[in-house]
Design a protein around this ligand. Structure first.
Ligand code: SME
Length: 155
């Protein structure tokens, strides 16, 4: 099953209209994205709360580990590089942090705030191997830019 990203983006834009609180926005996105596709078994945000440290934010799914340093695991790599990470096989990713043994693949996108700085990452994990493509990265990145970024629909 593929996500109808146009529909998802429209729903998210409507639900978040006028809201600027980052945690409220992250909670809404985690819920809406998670339930949009059966491939998504864990969907959530890690936030930059102190320099070079990611702390767990709003999520859907099982327990997520609380703290990830920049540069560690898939999330820490996305935060460090500012680039989307698509991992087809988590067991082949050096330093992958296994929060759930069922996770087989994942996508992590950096989240940039209104002034262009990395404010966190969006992590989606799947129990299916190679569940994510560059098209998922592009569509999800557009949603994140619209909600959190410069020139987003509420700024
Ligand atoms: N898999 C992630 C860790 C976060 S949890 O799976 C929720 C990583 O290696 O960054």
């Amino acid at each position: 099953m593929a996500v109808d990203y146009a529909d998802l983006a429209k729903t998210i834009a409507a639900l978040t209209e006028g809201e600027t609180d980052e945690v409220a926005l992250m909670a809404t996105l985690a819920c809406e994205i998670h339930h949009s596709d059966a491939r998504f078994d864990w969907t959530g945000f890690y936030r930059v709360t102190t320099p070079r440290v990611l702390k767990i934010g709003p999520y859907q799914g099982g327990h997520g580990c609380l703290v990830i340093p920049f540069g560690k695991g898939v999330c820490g790599t996305a935060a460090e590089t500012g680039e989307v990470q698509i991992v087809e096989d988590v067991e082949a990713f050096p330093g992958h942090i296994a929060c759930a043994a069922s996770t087989r693949s994942e996508i992590v996108l950096p989240v940039q705030g209104a002034s262009g700085q990395v404010i966190g990452v969006l992590d989606i994990d799947s129990n299916q191997p190679a569940a994510f493509t560059a098209a998922d990265g592009e569509a999800l990145g557009a949603i994140l830019r619209d909600v959190f970024g410069q020139g987003g629909h509420r700024r």
